[in-house]
Design a protein around this ligand. Structure first.
Ligand SMILES: [Fe+2]
Length: 600
């Protein structure tokens, strides 16, 4: 397995007191710690990522280069290392244990692998076992080969799996393992996550199972008494629902099973409930708990987490983010999570969704996990008539909107995440939480004047009740302001500014939070590309939840960028009726490296 150099972080995190006074009626004062430091020139986000994603991504991009936006027909076919049909079986891989549960670790041993093939081999995971049809992930064995074993976590794909070793020279299969079985793989409820609905008396519970059944949630006010029963609906998707390759290739598509959704109604606001989900004829989950939202306009302090661009990466990447956020939920009263696009980075490879949904479950089953789409969920150059948003692909001349979803075009997200029904499903929606109004946009669908999304946004802004929710925060995967030197990102941000800034500023939106750039950045109050003391929004980029960081050299200094750090972490907002505190928490040590205090 390829291992990149470890991340060395020598950020000088000295907090520098900073005070600015704004003569602005809605937010007269704001204070912050932190300042823009000189850009680290050697900040090489050296996080290890499985090579698979790099190769898959390369495959997608190579095809795009080749077909030049579909003017030429390309062949979307990938056979790893050659034909398996001519395999010569010379060994059996030893895997233990052979019966596991979702996410369990297994040990794979290959002590007797012949030296002739040991210089360059690939360990591949095939599901279902016994066929060569679906290679769902693979790991080049270079440094690891001499260790004669490796450990990894495996994720329930609702069928038995099998490891095989390919010679990287001939492509032949030189070793196979026995079948690996997931215990109760079809009946176990997996991937639970909660969602708000904009009604503090409701909560939505979603999960998946291999079996098709009537989804049930049992709810109550005590751990041992769940007297209320709710039922819901289920859906699924197939390879043919996807917009293009590689997502619609049977070799990579994995049946996601049944995706269940149950709406709980008639709950009391700001109340802790216990719940259990599944079906009584199959299997129920263990008992978990959540707390409902406060009444709209509540003056109590509410706290929540926001980030984008996650993937599945070890310390200090997404696994650290989830560990730290779970701690925020269990000990620091964080009430919900906003994940503003670029979730699993599956690129059309279904196994990635099973892995990522398992990664977020401890947090997402405890507090609502509110998502929106990024380019890696949504963007496609092919088949956008299958986009469940009802929109056609968004490809303005000034934007860098490509094929970044690997043909998924939002379909997995649409089925997996049911967001509030007051906009356009998972694509754009709004909700109130205490004294803050959240508006989540899709930067991957048309947001220009006259579009459905722009019209919807205008209507939401017209109806704002600032007595009830004095704070308004708008999010989208891509930012309106960024200091990237990469011209395509800059031009896309400018396009978003032209389309949205005047509308948002005229309605006195307080914060605009984006991701996409894998860094943290905070601006002054901005209007028309300048700091403004009496008009404008503060822009935040929080796109460093786990995916490989962008390098500092890719960004330039701007007078309006008050804090910049290519550092893994997440944003934290605490809001009461008259005070909002924004903080950026570093994954490395859990400390706040930048903050901003706003008052009404
Ligand atoms: Fe992105």
């Amino acid at each position: 397995m390829k291992t990149r150099s470890k991340l060395l972080i020598l950020l000088n995190l000295c907090a520098v007191a900073f005070l600015a006074v704004y003569n602005y009626s809605r937010a007269p004062t704001w204070t912050s710690i932190g300042s823009r430091r000189s850009l680290p020139s050697t900040f090489a986000g050296g996080v290890h990522r499985p090579l698979t994603v790099d190769l898959f991504k390369k495959l997608v991009y190579l095809n795009l280069d080749y077909d030049k936006r579909l003017k030429k027909k390309s062949v979307w076919k990938w056979v790893p290392g050659g034909s398996a049909d001519k395999a010569v079986l010379v060994d059996r891989l030893q895997v233990s244990p052979l019966e596991i549960r979702n996410g369990d670790m297994v040990t794979i041993e290959w002590r007797s692998l012949p030296k002739s093939v040991s210089e360059a081999v690939v360990l591949a995971l095939y599901c279902p076992q016994g066929t060569n049809e679906k290679l769902i992930d693979y790991w080049p064995l270079d440094e690891e080969i001499s260790k004669e074993n490796m450990k990894m976590n495996l994720y329930n794909v609702r069928m038995d799996c099998q490891f095989k070793v390919h010679s990287n020279h001939s492509g032949k299969i030189v070793a196979v393992s026995d079948a690996i079985r997931f215990k109760d793989s079809l009946s176990t409820p997996e991937h639970c996550h909660l969602a708000l609905t904009d009604n503090p008396q409701e909560m939505r519970v979603q999960w998946s199972s291999g079996y098709k059944y009537v989804p049930e949630v049992l709810v109550g006010l005590s751990l041992t008494n769940l007297p209320h029963r709710f039922t819901g609906t289920s859906s699924t998707y197939s390879a043919k629902d996807m917009c293009g390759p590689p997502a619609n290739l049977s070799a990579h598509f994995i049946d996601p099973g049944q995706l269940h959704s149950v709406l709980l109604t008639g709950l009391k606001p700001r109340t802790k409930y216990y719940y259990q989900y599944g079906n009584k004829e199959f299997k129920f989950s263990t008992v978990k708990s959540f707390t409902t939202a406060p009444i709209n306009g509540s003056k109590d302090v509410v706290k929540f987490i926001v980030y984008g661009d996650m993937d599945i990466t070890p310390f200090p990447g997404s696994e650290s983010t989830m560990k730290n956020v779970l701690n925020e939920v269990s000990t620091n009263a964080a009430s919900f999570v906003l994940h503003i696009g670029d979730l699993s980075y599956a690129y059309g490879f279904g196994y990635r969704w099973d892995e990522w949904m398992t990664l977020i479950e401890p947090v997402a089953s405890a507090v609502p996990y509110m998502v929106s789409v990024g380019n890696h969920e949504q963007d496609t150059l092919i088949g956008s008539e299958k986009d469940r948003s009802g929109e056609k692909g968004f490809h303005p001349s000034w934007g860098n909107y490509g094929h970044d979803s690997g043909g998924e075009c939002g379909v997995p997200v649409f089925h997996r995440f049911h967001m509030p029904d007051n906009g356009n499903h998972v694509y754009w929606y709004s909700f109130k939480y205490g004294s803050i109004q959240m508006i989540q946009l899709s930067s991957e669908h048309d947001y220009t004047a006259g579009s459905r999304q722009h019209t919807w946004l205008s209507n939401v802004l017209e109806r704002l009740d600032r007595q009830m929710t004095p704070w308004v925060a708008v999010t989208a995967h891509r930012p309106l302001y960024c200091t990237s030197k990469y011209m395509e990102d800059y031009e896309t941000a400018m396009g978003m500014q032209r389309a949205l800034e005047e509308l948002l500023v005229s309605h006195e939106v307080d914060l605009f939070i984006g991701g996409h750039l894998h860094v943290y950045e905070r601006t002054c109050r901005m209007y028309k590309s300048k700091c403004s003391s009496n008009r404008g929004m503060i822009h935040l980029v929080a796109g460093a939840a786990g995916f490989e960081l962008d390098h500092g050299e890719q960004f330039e200094d701007k007078e309006w960028s008050l804090y910049f750090a290519p550092a893994f972490g997440y944003g934290r907002i605490s809001a009461s009726h008259d005070h909002l505190l924004w903080e950026y928490v570093s994954n490395y040590d859990g400390k706040v490296i930048d903050s901003l205090s706003l008052k009404k």
